[in-house]
Write a protein that binds this ligand. Structure first.
Ligand SMILES: NC(=O)c1ccc[n+]([C@@H]2O[C@H](COP(=O)([O-])OP(=O)(O)OC[C@H]3O[C@@H](n4cnc5c(N)ncnc54)[C@H](O)[C@@H]3O)[C@@H](O)[C@H]2O)c1
Length: 291
């Protein structure tokens, strides 16, 4: 049988042939939650690969956002400070998000890449006790917020007729049923559903949409917080001191360690790059073999 790739000139190796050109040169990436651990790590990876960066987070995270911007400029192959910008908005507010996309477009151009990463873990308590207002807040940030950003970004990009790619931040919590995290698990499962439909809706205009599902990642705020809060929440599944809980969590991971921030950021960079040009609507589990 003939290999179609051998005869079809449209199916040749898309790997860039100019080794001197950074792989994401000319691309513009919007990263939400960029003041946080994973957002900052991914922003730096994308900047190092040559993308211009729009780093976004809540107005209250201005100092941390400034640090992200500084690290991106340092990592950029051109060290061009004008290729990096920061913007403050709450992902749950469609007006703020739309204004921010306009602001970014004026400053560095319409972003063709999105790491839709802002998120909130919520409280830790048994489903029968879980606070309804907190449940709503988790869904509002992790689901509605992610949708609002994806919608505004995709609409602006579609108007330019350029292709693009997005990565939504899901979690192994969507799949594994972690105790005391009913709101977070529900929200991240919704992100997986949203990713699949958005991928189908946006494929005709050349926009790919994928998800990542990290498990235990550290060091960082979320690792510290979940170990502390699982220890404090009564449950038969974890001990009641942080060292025991940390060991129990790592014991669930076949690779017997938590993943690093860089090990998540490199997957984000891959999914946003042209190396992933035939991937859309998928979820990559970054979990050291945990399920
Ligand atoms: N770290 C992990 O172990 C892990 C595992 C699985 C999934 N995730 C997901 O990855 C993403 C990033 O996690 P992280 O570890 O960097 O957490 P983080 O808390 O360090 O960062 C989250 C960021 O989101 C921002 N944010 C929260 N609410 C917002 C809002 N309404 N508007 C705008 N920004 C808002 C926060 O200010 C913060 O900077 C989250 O979606 C999280 O659920 C993390």
């Amino acid at each position: 049988m003939t290999d179609p790739a051998a005869t079809d000139p449209d199916q040749t190796d898309p790997t860039p042939t100019d080794p001197a050109r950074p792989p994401l040169a000319g691309r513009i990436a919007l990263i939400t939650g960029a003041a946080g651990d994973l957002g900052r790590a991914a922003a730096v990876h994308l900047a190092r690969a040559g993308a211009a960066i729009a780093a976004a987070d809540l107005a209250s995270r201005g100092a941390e956002l400034g640090e992200t911007v500084a690290r991106c400029v340092e990592a950029s192959p051109t060290s061009d400070a004008s290729a990096t910008t920061s913007v403050a908005f709450d992902v749950t507010d469609p007006g703020q998000v739309a204004a921010a996309v306009d602001q970014i477009s004026d400053a560095i151009g319409v972003p063709d890449l999105l790491y839709n990463n802002a998120g909130y873990q919520g409280a830790f308590s048994n489903t029968a006790d879980y606070d309804v207002d907190d449940f709503r807040r988790v869904l509002d940030i992790n689901v509605t917020g992610a949708f609002v950003v994806l919608r505004a970004w995709a609409g602006a990009l579609r108007a330019t007729a350029r292709p693009g790619a997005a990565v939504n931040a899901a979690s192994m919590a969507a799949l594994g049923g972690p105790p005391n995290m009913v709101a977070y698990a529900a929200s991240k499962a919704a992100v997986l559903g949203m990713t699949k439909t958005a991928a189908v809706d946006l494929a005709p205009v050349g926009i790919r949409v994928n998800a990542i599902s990290p498990a235990f990642i550290g060091p960082g705020m979320m690792w510290d917080r979940q170990v502390e809060l699982q220890a404090a929440a009564p449950s038969p599944y974890y001990g009641d001191d942080v060292e025991t809980v940390a060991a129990e969590m790592i014991g669930q991971v076949p690779l017997r360690r938590y993943g690093s921030l860089d090990e998540v950021a490199s997957v984000v960079r891959f999914l946003l790059s042209d190396e992933a040009s035939y991937l859309t609507g998928i979820n990559i589990e970054i979990a050291g073999g945990a399920s």
